[in-house]
Ligand binder design. Structure first.
Ligand code: NI
Length: 266
């Protein structure tokens, strides 16, 4: 997780600044060490055998994580699963994959060209989860992918890495709602993802979330460089279920909109 975090910060400078900002607020209230707890991380991939969701998940299963729920995103042609560790201080892991066979032939051709030279056992590499891209595409291919799937374009640009980290509002002392978090983030000058409203979900679905819009980073393509969306920071507040325990799952309708935090224009 430390490697994933450092790798994420390299292309998400806003996350480091927001993390510092929130940590300072918390320290004014308490002498404890950091109250910033990571609720979950999210990773993306293609459902192509050698790099599919289960190949990424194997790294977490090896650490003692267990598969929990599955989620479908029909319009975006994605599916996802979330994983939890019996030690609840470990962040949850949300992994999604693009259903490549449901994309147009042209899109499939670009994705297959990217993945074809990648070795069959690439996912077994120790650093695979934060190994980035194993290919390079042209700006034209990137734009073409983005027109059909922003998700596919993001994968083409950034590859294997954490797509976002998530601050658990439940563990904070100075902020106790997503609305309050959003206010702090906007006051500090950061843009929030407003797709479907700035707050996704709420007490009725036991999870409220918001996220920043992804930073824009200059990326090298085969034919020059261009500013493209990288990664974003998310904020989550979980509500108690009837048994008094906090809900630990995800909400497909909210996640659907959170995916759009890496869209080129929003
Ligand atoms: Ni998330």
């Amino acid at each position: 997780f430390q490697h994933l975090w450092q790798n994420y910060l390299k292309i998400t400078p806003s996350a480091e600044k927001i993390h510092h900002l929130l940590e300072e607020r918390e320290h004014h209230q308490s002498a404890d060490t950091s109250n910033l707890v990571n609720d979950h991380i999210a990773l993306r991939t293609f459902n192509i055998d050698k790099v599919n969701l289960n190949k990424l998940a194997a790294h977490f299963i090896a650490l003692g994580y267990e598969e929990k729920e599955q989620y479908q995103f029909e319009q975006k042609k994605l599916q996802a699963k979330h994983f939890e560790h019996s030690n609840h201080t470990s962040p949850k892991v949300f992994i999604s994959e693009l259903l490549v066979e449901q994309m147009s032939n042209e899109v499939q051709t670009i994705i297959n060209k990217m993945l074809e030279p990648v070795s069959d056992d690439v996912s077994l590499q120790e650093h695979f989860l934060y190994s980035g891209t194993h290919w390079q595409v042209s700006q034209q291919e990137y734009e073409f992918l983005a027109e059909h799937s922003e998700y596919a374009a993001w994968m083409a640009a950034w590859g294997f890495r954490a797509n976002h980290f998530t601050i658990s509002i439940n563990h904070m002392q100075t902020i106790n709602s997503v609305e309050q978090m959003n206010h702090v983030i906007k006051q500090a000058g950061y843009e929030l993802n407003s797709a479907g409203g700035e707050v996704k979900g709420g007490p009725e679905v036991l999870l409220a979330q918001s996220s920043t819009m992804a930073d824009k980073i200059l990326l090298n393509f085969t034919d020059g460089s261009k500013l493209v969306p990288s990664c974003f920071y998310e904020f989550a507040l979980r509500y108690a279920m009837a048994n008094g325990e906090l809900y630990q799952g995800f909400v497909a309708a909210s996640a659907d909109k959170i995916f759009e935090s890496t869209n080129r224009n929003n």
